[in-house]
Ligand binder design. Structure first.
Ligand code: MN
Length: 213
């Protein structure tokens, strides 16, 4: 697929009125040795898939059936009686976005337009990576670290559990999953090693650049 970005990627989760497990953009072993095939297959085929199954069960027969992931996320954010629907919809969205935020032979230098915005906000690409790593490492418990576009400025966000910058109308550019299931089989408690290694070797700057819109 070409021109996949934050505005269109989630349509791969939808087939008619049902949500489906969208294909991984690479093979289970494509991110080795940084993320093992074992981790990736559990994470995708068990964790991600469970959110899809739960979401279908929760929205069946409700006014949310047939709506897009983004519509469901925005319609249920902050509503305690719809927390399960929000959590599962947001986790489907977040995981699809995470798979696209990584790629085999990633890392390196961002494309020029993104690099310019990163340097304007952080001074350097290294400083941006350090800020993203700090957000990922200091997110207490389960959650996500994000590179985002807030207005015209690139910045960093972190969210707990299933939460997403989407609910604050901030545009995600990249994400790192810091739930333990994302790294525990490979790194055990060493979250900083997982985060720093994916920033060096897997982060997909091309996807982030495509998300500038
Ligand atoms: Mn996950």
């Amino acid at each position: 697929m070409t021109n996949v970005n934050v505005d269109n990627f989630s349509s791969a989760a939808q087939s008619g009125s049902q949500f489906v497990l969208a294909p991984l953009p690479y093979a289970n072993n494509a991110l080795e040795p940084v993320i093992s095939a074992n981790t990736l297959s559990f994470h995708y085929a068990k964790h991600h898939n469970t959110y899809v199954t739960n979401l279908n069960n929760l929205v069946a027969g409700t006014e949310l059936a047939g709506q897009s992931l983004e519509q469901i996320i925005r319609a249920t954010a902050g509503q305690t009686d719809k927390a399960s629907i929000f959590n599962n919809a947001a986790q489907v969205w977040n995981h699809m976005f995470y798979w696209l935020s990584l790629k085999p032979n990633g890392g390196g230098e961002p494309p020029a337009a993104l690099k310019q915005k990163i340097e304007a906000a952080f001074g350097s690409v290294d400083a941006c990576k350090k800020a993203l790593a700090t957000a990922a490492v200091t997110q207490f418990g389960s959650g996500w670290a994000w590179l985002v576009l807030d207005g015209d400025k690139v910045s960093i966000a972190k969210t707990s559990n299933a939460d997403s910058p989407l609910t604050k109308n901030i545009r995600p550019l990249l994400t790192i999953d810091v739930w333990e299931h994302a790294y525990y089989l490979d790194y055990q408690n060493r979250r900083p090693d997982y985060v720093n290694t994916i920033l060096e070797k897997l982060i997909n700057w091309d996807f982030a650049a495509a998300n500038l819109g």
